[in-house]
Ligand binder design. Structure first.
Ligand code: DUC
Ligand code: ZN
Ligand code: ZN
Ligand code: ZN
Length: 467
C-alpha cells in the first residue's frame, strides 16, 4: 500500500472512542489506522492536537433569495470557505422551491450555483413551498429515490407557510418513500396577529421581533408538527429549537416512542433576547427565527444536547449583511422589525462555540461533541459511514483541533461574505487549526487553499439509527 498522506501523532476522537494513532490516507480515503506509520510523500504533524471527523453542518443557507431586495451575504464560495475556517468538511444547504417552480427547476438552479464553487462537500435538502399534486405525486418521490432524502417545510412566512393539510400530504409522501422532513415550527397566524398588534402600539424596534414570536408560538407549532407526524406515522426533525417548552414537547414525543428528532444551534446557547435590545438598528444583527430567548432557555438547550433530545447541533447559518441596502437595515423606508430578514451567520463559529462552552466547561464530553457536530448529521442525513467518522474506508475528512488555543472571535477571522458576526468578542478555548477534505488540506492556520474541490454528494435514505 502506497500512502499519499500520513497524519502523525494526534489523538483521534470519534463519537465513541479516543485513542492515539496515525492515519494513513490513500486516494482520499482512510486506508489505515495504526501506530508509527511511515513513508508517504506528505506527513502532517498532529502531535498535541485532537484529530476529529470534519464538521458536518446539516443546516446552512447559501445563496438563497430572501424577500424582494434582500440578498443573502454568502454564496457557495464564501459560505464554504468560512465553513472550512470553522473545521467543516461537509455542509447541507437548502434548495428553495419558489412558488410556481418545479422542484427540478429549483435543483438545477442551486446545483449550478454550487458547481465548482465549493471548498467543502455539499449535499442539498429541498424546501417545498408549493406542494402541488405534480410535486407530491411525481417529482418528490423520484427525487427522494435520487438521493434528495430530506425536505424542509415551514409553518410560517408568507411565501413558505404550508397549511396543516399540505403538511400532512408532504409527511405522507416522506413516509412512503423514506425521506426525513425537517420542520420550521412557528405558527403563522399568531405571528401575524402579534406583529400587527405590536406595530399598532408603536413597538417596532428590532427587540420586538422576540415578542412577535414568543415561546408559546414555537411550543404550539412544535406540538402540532409532532401531532401531524404521529397521525401520518412518520419521522420528523424539528429544527432550530430555542427553548425549554419546545424541547419538552420533543422529549415527551420521544418518551412515547415516536421518531421525533431535534436540532439546536449556537444562537440558543450564547445569545438572548437582550442582544436584540440595542439602540437603532443594531439589534437586527441578532434577529433570527426562532429568536434567542432567556438564560433558562439556554439551560434547556444544553440539557437537550446532553440528554439526547437534540441529536444534531447546526449553525442555521443564514447571513444578511448589516450595513447594506440589501440586508438587515433595509426596512423599506419604515423602521419595523417586520422587515428585518430573519437569520444570522454562524457557519465558522459553530464548532468552536460548542467546544469551548460545552467540552471546555464540562457540559458535554468530547465524544458527544463529535456526535453533535459530525457523526449524527452523517447518520441522520444518509452520509454515514462515508462521512462523519474516522474509520478505514471513510473519506479522509478531518479537523485538527488545538484544544488549548485561545481565540477572541472577531468577524475578520471568519472569512465569510457577511459584514459582522453576532459572536464578536466572545472568547473561546479550542480552535480548528487544519481542515482536511478527502486527504487534502483545505485550511491551515486560517489560510484557505485556492482549490475548490468540494463536490455535491449523493445520499442514501436516512434510516440509520443514530443512538
Ligand atoms: N429559518 C431558518 O431555518 N433559517 C433562517 C430563518 C428561518 O426562519
Ligand atoms: Zn427555519
Ligand atoms: Zn404539548
Ligand atoms: Zn435555517
Amino acid at each position: 500500500m502506497q500512502l499519499d498522506t500520513i497524519i502523525k501523532g494526534g489523538t483521534i476522537v470519534t463519537a465513541t472512542d479516543r485513542f492515539e494513532a496515525d492515519i494513513g490516507i490513500e486516494g482520499g480515503r482512510i486506508a489505515v489506522l495504526a501506530r508509527n506509520l511511515e513513508d508517504a510523500p506528505e506527513i502532517i504533524d498532529a502531535a498535541g492536537l485532537l484529530v476529529m471527523p470534519g464538521g458536518i453542518d446539516s443546516h446552512v443557507h447559501l445563496d438563497q433569495p430572501g424577500s424582494p431586495g434582500i440578498v443573502m451575504a454568502d454564496n457557495f464560495e464564501t459560505g464554504t470557505r468560512s465553513a472550512a475556517i470553522g473545521g467543516n468538511t461537509t455542509v447541507l444547504p437548502f434548495c428553495l422551491q419558489a412558488k410556481g417552480q418545479t422542484l427540478r427547476e429549483a435543483i438545477t438552479e442551486y446545483e449550478r450555483k454550487a458547481e465548482g464553487n465549493c471548498y467543502v462537500d455539499v449535499a442539498f435538502h429541498l424546501i417545498i413551498s408549493d406542494p402541488t399534486p405534480q410535486v407530491l405525486g411525481q417529482e418528490l418521490p423520484a427525487l427522494i429515490e435520487e438521493g434528495y432524502t430530506s425536505i424542509k417545510i415551514f409553518m410560517t412566512y408568507d411565501d413558505l407557510v404550508l397549511r396543516d393539510r399540505e403538511i400532512l400530504e408532504v409527511l405522507d409522501v416522506a413516509r412512503r418513500h423514506g425521506a426525513l422532513v425537517m420542520v420550521h415550527a412557528e405558527g403563522y397566524d399568531t405571528i401575524r396577529f402579534l406583529t400587527d398588534q405590536l406595530e399598532r402600539e408603536g413597538k417596532t424596534a428590532p427587540f420586538f421581533h422576540g415578542p412577535s414570536r414568543p415561546v408559546a408560538v414555537e411550543r404550539e407549532a412544535t406540538h402540532r408538527a409532532i401531532s401531524l407526524a404521529e397521525i401520518v406515522g412518520t419521522d420528523i426533525m424539528v429544527v432550530h429549537v430555542s427553548n425549554r417548552q419546545a424541547m419538552e414537547e420533543i422529549r415527551r414525543a420521544q418518551q412515547r416512542g415516536l421518531a421525533i428528532y431535534g436540532e439546536t444551534c449556537p444562537q440558543y446557547l450564547v445569545l438572548t433576547e437582550k442582544d436584540m435590545d440595542r439602540t437603532g438598528m443594531e439589534g437586527s444583527k441578532y434577529v433570527c427565527s426562532p429568536p434567542p430567548r432567556d438564560t433558562d432557555s439556554q439551560l434547556a438547550c444544553w440539557e437537550g444536547l446532553q440528554q439526547g433530545v437534540f441529536e444534531v447541533f447546526s449553525s442555521d447559518h443564514c447571513p444578511y449583511r448589516y450595513e447594506d441596502e440589501a440586508g438587515k437595515t433595509n426596512t423599506k423606508g419604515k423602521t419595523s422589525f417586520r422587515y428585518v430578514p430573519n437569520g444570522i451567520p454562524g457557519i465558522a463559529t459553530r464548532m468552536p462555540i460548542l467546544f469551548s462552552e460545552g467540552v471546555g466547561r464540562g457540559r458535554i464530553s468530547l465524544n458527544r461533541f463529535v456526535a453533535l457536530t459530525s457523526t449524527n448529521h452523517a447518520k441522520r442525513y444518509g452520509l454515514y459511514p462515508r462521512k462523519g467518522t474516522i474509520a478505514v474506508g471513510s473519506d479522509a475528512d478531518l479537523v485538527l483541533w488545538d484544544d488549548k488555543k485561545k481565540v477572541t472571535i472577531t468577524h475578520k477571522l471568519l472569512q465569510d461574505g457577511c459584514d459582522y458576526t453576532p459572536y464578536e468578542g466572545i472568547e473561546v478555548t479550542g480552535w480548528p487549526v487544519r481542515t482536511i477534505m478527502k486527504g487534502r488540506t483545505v485550511m491551515e492556520d486560517g489560510v484557505v487553499q485556492k482549490r475548490k474541490s468540494g463536490k455535491q454528494l449523493k445520499r442514501t435514505l436516512p434510516r440509520t439509527k443514530v443512538f
